[in-house]
Ligand binder design. Structure first.
Ligand SMILES: Nc1ncnc2c1ncn2[C@@H]1O[C@H](COP(=O)(O)OP(=O)(O)OP(=O)(O)O)[C@@H](O)[C@H]1O
Ligand SMILES: [Mg+2]
Length: 164
């Protein structure tokens, strides 16, 4: 685990690792959270989302919502899993009505969250996935904590510790 400033990062060695890390993070999630998943095509954003969903007790196979843009799942909390890839910017994102869902206590998990341009929960958690190392399957997963997550920093750091 690496910690510098507000960044915490952890290495995933395979798909199952990324799912497991997502699942461990789910323990820290509360109603109304916004979590952005950033990283290039095919890096593992949906894999992380699937793990997080499982951790919330959602056992359907969470897949990419690309063609639907957004899917809602019911577990310990309501999870709204969105893929903003096809949207052109914050105005199209705002038309999805995610804000209202968050106000009603849903957790928003946004692939390509950068397309929302901070219009939703800029104080949430940003999860960045990068290909790293020499192995095809290695990913560095880093967490940038907004204000809402600052009180959960040590818990998140201990999750990262457990994985390294
Ligand atoms: N460490 C890893 N973590 C996650 N996925 C991995 C890892 N190593 C290999 N993979 C593979 O990378 C792919 C990740 O696919 P996934 O759909 O999760 O990516 P994505 O970032 O959501 O893609 P998109 O940008 O199309 O939404 C899968 O084929 C998975 O098997
Ligand atoms: Mg995806």
């Amino acid at each position: 685990m690496v910690q510098s400033g507000d960044l915490i990062s952890v290495t995933s060695h395979c798909l199952a690792d990324t799912e497991e890390i997502g699942s461990l993070i789910s323990d820290l999630v509360v109603a109304g959270d916004v979590i952005e998943l950033r990283g290039e095509l095919g890096v593992g954003k949906t894999a992380f989302a699937r793990g997080l969903a499982r951790g919330l007790g959602i056992d359907v196979n969470v897949a990419s919502p690309t063609f639907l843009i957004s899917r809602r799942y019911l577990g310990r909390l309501t999870l709204l899993h969105c893929d903003l890839y096809r949207l052109s910017g914050r105005f199209e994102v705002e038309m999805l009505g995610i804000d209202e869902e968050i106000e009603d206590g849903a957790v928003a998990l946004l692939e390509w969250g950068e397309i929302a341009e901070g219009s939703l929960g800029s104080d949430g958690l940003v999860v960045r996935l990068h290909r790293s190392g020499t192995s095809e399957d290695e990913r560095e997963i880093s967490f940038e904590l907004g204000q809402d997550w600052a009180p959960r920093r040590s818990e998140l750091a201990s999750v990262a510790d457990r994985r390294s």
